[in-house]
Design a protein around this ligand. Structure first.
Ligand SMILES: Cc1ncc(COP(=O)(O)O)c(C=O)c1O
Length: 389
């Protein structure tokens, strides 16, 4: 690829010979579904993030559903999350018959605002769980969120879909609440195509999620096929789901996990190059930064007052100039389902709306290289620069 002329996509997975060999080995092993490879992946992931239990699942969406189910969330309960997230963070509460209360994000940022959370918890009855989202890989203010959740007697499920690996002094984002859920979707920093991991320190929650992940059966399928005794016997103890991660995909995950620290380092370098350029421009602000940032996303913030064009035109011009972008996120409270259900308007959560209207996610991926990063930064600078007349 020639970095000076090629289109720079918004995201690209980093897959090498190691992943190809690992998948081939599974294909040739005769065991494709969840088995020893998924078990190894769980052990290695748990050890990486320092979690007591890790359960591989077929998506973070499934993991979030399992997490809320294990906590006993059901009809009459409320789950508090931020509108600045992807569809599934809030939808899983509705799958269980619970309601959602949204909490706005910090001014000038993307993560749940602890000050506003306190107001929501004070004024909302029957809150069973708080579900903060570490948007883009920047950890939420977990100390404050955890303290509030404890004070109001609710559980904390971290949506860590973007937050791998986000190392904080007190542990990895995703291991700080009662349950944490990571995503390995195709655009995530480490990927299995589709997949996820649920972590918890609580053995009872882990047992419940493990059973519900596999049809409510009390015994893993791997165990049934490999055990010397009673191989055919099992009991259905609940009406469970089918949320397991097959070995075929877990094989990818194991190889990606080995590269996670290098991936993070490369993403940090891209963010560093962007930051150097963007700090000197008067029409953009670099994204909020802080300890443990995993740089899953690089969210550039346009300053509408200093720009001659709007965000959407900016996106179009970047694409024409060879830069792929995305927008994270269109806030959920502006989506028809949530707006109608809770009678919300775009202004109901002004900080989430303001962030959405001025944000563009720029390309950031390992393997992108410094030349491409500099080229993207230059194109952004030229696209936003005032035209001479
Ligand atoms: C913040 C957030 N939470 C949850 C999910 C769901 O992840 P998955 O696609 O693995 O189900 C996503 C998806 O990208 C996400 O961005």
């Amino acid at each position: 690829m020639n970095p000076s002329t090629d289109f720079v996509p918004f995201a690209l997975p980093s897959l090498g010979r190691e992943e190809e060999d690992a998948v081939l080995a599974v294909l040739r092993s005769g065991w494709l579904t969840t088995g020893s490879v998924a078990l190894e992946f769980e052990r290695e992931f748990a050890s990486f993030v320092g979690a007591e239990h890790a359960l591989a699942v077929n998506s973070a969406t499934s993991g979030l559903h399992l997490a809320l189910e294990a906590l006993g969330v059901g009809p009459g309960d409320v789950v508090v999350t931020s509108p600045y997230t992807f569809a599934s963070t809030a939808a899983v509460a509705r799958h269980l018959g619970a309601e959602v209360a949204f909490c706005d994000v910090v001014p000038g940022g993307y993560n749940m605002d602890p000050g506003r959370l306190e107001t929501v918890l004070k004024t909302t009855r029957n809150v069973k769980a708080v579900l903060p989202v570490h948007v883009g890989g920047l950890p939420c203010s977990m100390d404050e969120i955890l303290a509030l959740a404890r004070r109001y007697g609710c559980a904390v499920v971290e949506d860590a879909a973007h937050a791998f690996p986000s190392r904080l002094p007190g542990g990895f984002a995703g291991t700080l609440g009662d349950i944490g859920v990571y995503s390995f979707y195709a655009t995530k920093t480490i990927t299995t195509g589709d997949g996820g991991m649920v972590v918890t320190a609580d053995s009872r929650l882990a047992k419940r999620m493990s059973t519900m992940r596999m049809h409510g059966i009390d015994r893993p399928v791997w165990d049934r096929y490999t055990s010397k005794t009673g191989s055919w016997s099992y009991s259905v103890v609940e009406a469970g789901y089918k949320y397991n991660l097959p070995d075929l995909l877990a094989a990818l995950g194991r190889e990606q996990l080995k590269k996670a620290d290098r991936f993070l380092e490369e993403r940090r370098r891209v963010a560093g190059i962007y930051g150097e350029v963007f700090r000197s421009l008067d029409f953009v602000d670099p994204p909020p930064d802080g300890p443990g940032h995993a740089w899953h996303l690089y969210s550039l913030r346009l300053r509408p007052d200093s720009l001659r064009i709007g965000r959407d035109e900016f996106v179009d011009l970047l694409r024409e100039a060879g830069v792929g972008t995305s927008v994270h996120f269109i806030p959920l409270h502006t989506m028809p389902y949530w707006a109608e259900r809770y009678d919300l308007t775009p202004d109901s959560f002004p900080e989430a709306l303001a962030s959405f209207l001025r944000t563009i996610s720029l390309p950031i991926w390992q393997g992108m290289g410094e030349d491409r990063a500099r080229r993207v930064a230059r194109i952004v600078a030229e696209t936003g620069a005032p035209r001479s007349v």
